[in-house]
Every structure is written in structure tokens, then in C-alpha cells.
Ligand binder design. Structure first.
Ligand SMILES: [Zn+2]
Length: 139
């Protein structure tokens, strides 16, 4: 099955590369929210978080952090959001997992923030935490 992000890793895609690592490639989103909007992907194909090896996940975050710092340093961002959509319902459209590094400016209209949710009761949070801990993969 063809994958446009695997093509980019293979050097066959049309990508403006920002950074490369042993396990990752970072390049500019073809449909940027703002100048400097980049994606960080693993070299090895993984659909999402459940099939992404920990070392690849770690390097994705490291490179994402560096690209975010560079976006500020180069004047593309006053602030940055990191965003990863895992699954179609979450907004994933390319099924090779990717971390968005999104440059932000005041008043840019990006729909970020969680302030609208009411505070949850502590016993509910404890029950959810217990259920997540029991389901946690060890690698
Ligand atoms: Zn792929």
C-alpha cells in the first residue's frame, strides 16, 4: 500500500525538509495553518500511537521540541501548539502518524484550549485513572 509520508522518507515525495534524525523526518505541512507549520514523522511506517515504538515516539517529541524552538527563534511564532491526531475521529487524515508543530500568534483563531469543561469530581478522576493504569502498555 502506498503512503505519501513513506514516500517522503524515501526521498520520493515533494517535501520541504526542516530536520532529519536517525528515526524521524520533519518537513513543512503542505497545507499550513501558518508559515513554519511542520510535521514530524517516524521513518518507519506506524499508523498511530498503538503501533509506534517508544524510541520513535521519544525522537518525535525531541525533534518536535527543537522545531518549536526554531519556529520562535526564526520569528514564525509567538507561541506553539504540538498536536497529534490519533485516529479518524480525532482528525487524522494521513495514516502514518505525525506530530504537528503549529506556530501561534495572538488572535490567529486556532481552536486551542480546554477551559470550557467543568471541573470533574475527584472520585471520578480516581476511577478513570485506575482504569487507564490497568490498560497501560508496558512498551
Ligand atoms: Zn507511511
Amino acid at each position: 500500500m502506498s503512503c505519501i509520508f513513506c514516500d517522503i522518507v524515501a526521498g520520493e515525495g515533494d517535501a520541504s525538509v526542516v530536520a532529519t534524525g536517525p528515526r524521524t523526518v520533519a518537513f513543512l505541512d503542505l497545507f499550513p495553518f501558518a508559515p513554519g507549520h511542520a510535521l514530524v514523522i517516524p521513518r518507519e511506517h506506524a499508523v498511530g500511537l498503538s503501533d509506534l515504538p517508544d524510541p520513535d515516539a521519544a525522537e518525535i517529541m525531541q525533534v518536535g521540541r527543537r522545531v518549536a524552538v526554531a519556529a520562535r527563534e526564526a520569528g514564525f511564532a509567538e507561541a506553539v501548539n504540538l498536536f497529534l491526531a490519533d485516529g479518524q475521529i480525532a482528525g487524522q487524515t494521513v495514516f502514518h502518524t505525525h506530530l504537528h508543530v503549529i506556530p501561534r500568534r495572538a488572535g490567529d483563531g486556532f481552536p486551542a484550549g480546554f477551559g470550557a469543561s467543568p471541573q470533574a469530581p475527584h472520585d471520578e478522576l480516581d476511577a478513570v485513572a485506575e482504569r487507564l493504569a490497568a490498560a497501560m502498555p508496558t512498551s
